[in-house]
Write a protein that binds this ligand. Structure first.
Ligand code: NAD
Length: 359
């Protein structure tokens, strides 16, 4: 069953359009901006949740896209058929050969070890992928005259328990986990490569991202974890600090908006670090209730016993609250988030429901 829908009120310079995603059997939400200049863009981690959505956005914008992914958590079927996939570890020597053959204009670096608890348990392995891997691709980018790197960092992690809240980019990073440290160290390397080698950059510090293709697993992606549990009528667990049973505060940003930020960053925002989020605070309990209500609309027989999640204490490396100021992205990238939490949840749920129907 394929159904096609149009989405978003489109700004004047956007091309309105439809996109039928045959990989998943249903359309993925999109806005489509024709790019002023067609680029060859290499996206690392382009088989993963966010990276694959970004690849789709670049393809729709008319860019020529290459994906490098070792498929450790990413999936081959996520990769847009118009992109060329190289199954390869970002730490390997093969990266040099791929860049020499493909000669990309832009490197968009999404590949990473993304679990905070894993980084706490295995800081050496985390640094190996998230620092050594970044250095390897940056070094190859310089050798192969890449013009710009778009480096993906984490606003939810690098600020730690931020001194300024909601948090602007001027707030000094205070990373509280090896994952956050590796992201911040990588940011500094990216800046150094521009200083030393003239490799242009934009650093995007994402808030908490959710949307289609996010995989529910024990350590990340609370939206997809709650959604899958509710659709399968299973209880969920809410992690919280002892003094606040409603859970932690996060800034949840829909992946469609994240894609737009990556498209904007191709042409804008040189030499800047920019938060990418919504500036809206949501406690985990509010998130759970929003998802529960959306699931009840879809499946009225959802048991009322699932209206309240079970609770357990916060995990090592968790921070209490995170919410980003996104004014700089508006000014420097020309980007604003346009998807409300309830709308983003509705779209994500639609994706989940259709995915379940397709088995
Ligand atoms: N999901 C979020 O809320 C969030 C928030 C802030 C930042 N980020 C960052 O966004 C990026 C994408 O995260 P995601 O949530 O899509 O996770 P993901 O696990 O879906 O994507 C990561 C991708 O990188 C690939 N990868 C991992 N190690 C690799 C290696 N050594 N060599 C090649 N490929 C490798 C994986 O196979 C996967 O496809 C990451 O850099 C992450 O730190 C994510």
């Amino acid at each position: 069953m394929y159904n096609i829908h149009r989405q978003f009120a489109t700004p004047k310079n956007a091309v309105e359009g439809f996109f039928l995603d045959l990989r998943a059997g249903f359309p993925i939400d999109f806005r489509c901006y024709p790019s002023e200049e067609i680029m060859k863009i290499l996206v690392t981690g382009g088989a993963g949740f966010i990276g694959s959505n970004v690849v789709d956005g670049y393809v729709r914008a008319g860019h020529d896209v290459i994906v490098v992914d070792d498929l450790s958590s990413g999936k081959r079927e996520n990769v847009n058929p118009a992109a060329r996939l190289h199954v390869c570890d970002i730490r390997s020597d093969e990266i040099q050969g791929i860049m020499a053959a493909e000669k990309p204009d832009i490197l968009n670096h999404h590949a990473a070890q993304v679990s905070v608890p894993f980084s706490v348990a295995e800081p050496v392995k985390d640094a190996d992928i998230n620092i050594k891997g970044v250095l390897n691709v940056l070094q190859c980018a310089v050798r192969n005259r890449v013009k710009k790197v778009i480096f993906i960092s984490s606003g939810g992690a690098v600020y730690g328990e931020a001194q300024d809240y909601p948090t602007p980019e001027s707030c000094p990073p205070l990373p509280l986990s090896p994952y956050a440290i590796s992201k911040y160290v990588s940011e500094r390397y990216v800046a150094w490569y521009r200083h030393a080698h003239g490799l242009e950059y934009t650093i995007l510090r994402y808030a908490n991202v959710y949307g289609p293709r996010q995989v529910p697993h024990a350590e990340a992606g609370v939206v997809s974890i709650f959604m899958e549990n509710l659709l399968k009528q299973r209880p969920s667990i809410l992690n919280h600090f002892p003094d606040d049973e409603d859970g932690m505060v996060r800034d949840y940003c829909y992946v469609g908006d994240i894609v737009e930020a990556n498209i904007k960053a191709v042409e804008n925002g040189n030499g800047i670090v920019s938060n990418i989020g919504t500036g809206c605070e949501t406690k985990t309990m509010k998130l759970y209730r929003t998802i529960y209500e959306a699931v009840c609309e879809l499946m009225p027989d959802t048991p009322s016993s699932l209206a309240v999640p079970q609770r357990q204490h916060a995990r090592a490396g968790d921070i209490r609250r995170s919410c980003l100021v996104v004014e700089k992205a508006r000014k420097e990238l020309g980007w604003v988030p346009t998807t409300s939490l309830s709308e983003g949840i509705r779209r994500t749920l639609k994706w989940w429901a259709e995915k379940s129907l397709l088995g």
